[in-house]
Design a protein around this ligand. Structure first.
Ligand code: ZN
Length: 86
C-alpha cells in the first residue's frame, strides 16, 4: 500500500503516514489535528478495501440479464482517514 494517498475525511487533505509505522504510532491530519493510532487506521483501511472490492463486484454484475442483486444492510462505517482506491 506504499504510495497510496491517504486523505483526511473532514479536510480532504493528504495525510502523511510514517513509513514502517508501529501500531502505537499516530496518523495525524496536519490541518484539523484529527488522529488515530496506526492500529485503528489499519483496521479502517482493511474495511475500506473490502467495501471497495464489494462495490466493484456489484458494479460488474450490474446490467447482467437475469441477475438480481438485493442490497443487504451493509454496515457503512465512518472512517477518519480515507484511502484513495482506484
Ligand atoms: Zn483533517
Amino acid at each position: 500500500m506504499s504510495g497510496t494517498p491517504v486523505v483526511c475525511a473532514k479536510c480532504k487533505v493528504q495525510v502523511v503516514v510514517t513509513p514502517d509505522p508501529k501500531p502505537d504510532d499516530r496518523v495525524t491530519c496536519s490541518t484539523c489535528g484529527d488522529s488515530e493510532t496506526f492500529q485503528d487506521f489499519e483496521r479502517s483501511l482493511g474495511e475500506q478495501v473490502k467495501e471497495h472490492a464489494q462495490a466493484k463486484l456489484e458494479a460488474s454484475f450490474k446490467g447482467l440479464k437475469g441477475w438480481s442483486y438485493t442490497k443487504g444492510s451493509r454496515s457503512q462505517s465512518v472512517h477518519r482517514f480515507i484511502v484513495k482506491l482506484d
